[in-house]
Design a protein around this ligand. Structure first.
Ligand SMILES: [Zn+2]
Ligand SMILES: [Zn+2]
Length: 204
């Protein structure tokens, strides 16, 4: 795996600054999305984070807009995928690929897919030495919502950078380990997940 060079990092940082100015200004959502997408691809080295193909890559929202609108321009919610991997992610449970369909078109957000993509981003960021919160940003509010979706108290602390926290929150399989970790920090997990839309007084 190639480490990012200084000029690669500078290009990504410049792109991130353009996105920041756009978000602070009066640009349209379409312009902001274009800049978000440009940054995600530059940060990921213009290659698919999943299979490393450089052919027909585009930026994918890990949490779709209708599921979590506030995360639409968060850099930690984007991953570069090639056309094949992108189709697979949007495939739905019947396996019929349709990029126009939301991820849960066949019912239910695909937790395993979210876990896998957040995990792939963490690994890629570590491998290339760019694991930084501005390159992989998720707000406190978004992380709190992830926790509620997964049945944690929204104030439960998780270790690591923001993207690492997202991966730990979505990781379902070693639930016992997560539970032990949470208990060791003096917190209790809730009995079951709180379904999306059952807002527990968080803003945004
Ligand atoms: Zn791919
Ligand atoms: Zn997508």
């Amino acid at each position: 795996m190639l480490r990012k060079t200084n000029s690669d990092i500078a290009a990504a940082e410049n792109s991130l600054a353009r996105l920041g100015r756009s978000l602070a200004g009066s640009h349209t959502a379409a312009t902001r999305l274009r800049l978000w997408s440009e940054f995600i691809r530059l940060r990921d080295g213009c290659r698919c984070v999943d299979c490393h193909s450089t052919r027909r890559v585009s930026a994918h929202h890990i949490c779709r807009k209708s599921f979590l609108p506030e995360a639409i321009f968060h850099t930690g919610n984007g991953i570069t995928l090639c056309r094949d991997c992108h189709r697979e992610v949007h495939g739905g449970f019947n396996g019929r690929p349709d990029l126009g369909q939301p991820m849960d078109a066949q019912g239910g957000e695909k937790i395993d897919t979210m876990e896998r993509l957040f995990g792939a981003l963490c690994e890629d960021a570590r491998d290339r030495g760019i694991l930084r919160d501005d390159f992989y940003f998720l707000s406190d509010s978004v992380l709190a919502r992830f926790k509620m979706f997964q049945g944690f108290d929204p104030w439960t602390p998780f270790p690591g950078t923001r993207i690492e926290q997202a991966f730990l929150i979505w990781r379902q399989a070693p639930r016992g380990m997560v539970q032990a970790l949470v208990r060791a920090m003096g917190f209790e997990m809730l009995a079951g997940p709180i379904p999306p839309g059952n807002g527990v007084g968080l803003s945004g």
